[in-house]
Design a protein around this ligand. Sequence first.
Ligand SMILES: [Zn+2]
Ligand SMILES: [Zn+2]
Length: 318
Amino acid sequence: MRIIPISVPTPFYIGPVNCYLIHEDPLTLIDTGPKTKEANEALREGLRKARVRVADLKRIVLTHAHEDHCGLARSLRDEAKDAKVLVHSWETGHRTGRLEHAEHRALLVRAGVPDKEIESMRRLYQDVRMYADSFEQDEYSELRDEEELEFDNGALRIIHTPGHTPGSCSFVREADRTVIAGDCVLKRITPNPILSPDPIDPTRRFPSLAEYLVSLARLRTFAPTLVYGGHGEPVKDFEELFNRYLRAVRERQAEVIKLVPKAGATAWDVSREMFPETDDVHRFLAVSEAVAHLDLAHSEGKIGLEMADGKEVYRRNA
Ligand SMILES: [Zn+2]
Ligand SMILES: [Zn+2]
């Protein structure tokens, strides 16, 4: 089973995204790139070099439904008439008619984000949505944890690795302990757990960082020798990266706890202290990161949390 990486440009700060062609019957593409002319051309060029036509694709698998990963899924599916699109049911980015804005808004209000900031985050979010087509409920199939994507020669085991998003999945080829991990494992940066509604109860937020640490530990049980991430070079030393991530989380948590005053602060207040210079594009990511670390610190009993005026206020333990 040959895994062929195809680098595809994105208009986003993160830079190019990695898509992976599994050159084996049934022909499978993991992630697609965003819906831009440049991405479409680069992807097609990559397929052409591998002597594959879009029309030959049988499966389009999404590690998660961020626009840089899923944007072209629909147009590719329409062209490859027999292709199935597969994504985890906890992922929502690709769905039509989802209530995401209202759910997100409620989470941002509780995190203390001012109304005018929420408005500008919403506008940015709408702009980003242009980079992906969405799917109706009956147009995709579910990726299920521990099931296999079977090929004529070998298989990829589906591992649900929530954290970066609730429905993120990784794919493990056990024969040589190779993993395709989407944005769960990135070589140069610590993946940012994005503030998301809990898929089971959308009025709550998804405990993204705690889930993320469990996912990393789970991938570690496969003792990966090579991990293909959603951006950047593949990771050859997962153990080193795992320990580096854990250290980074602990260091960031200690900083965040220091920014929580005895008098109390919201996640928004803490994010402004952590990243005073951020422009609007990154304020949503900043508040996501603050919430993730505050939630983890709270669940570990290191800081207190109470509601005041519909906002969550964290307090340093006396
Ligand atoms: Zn992502
Ligand atoms: Zn990504």
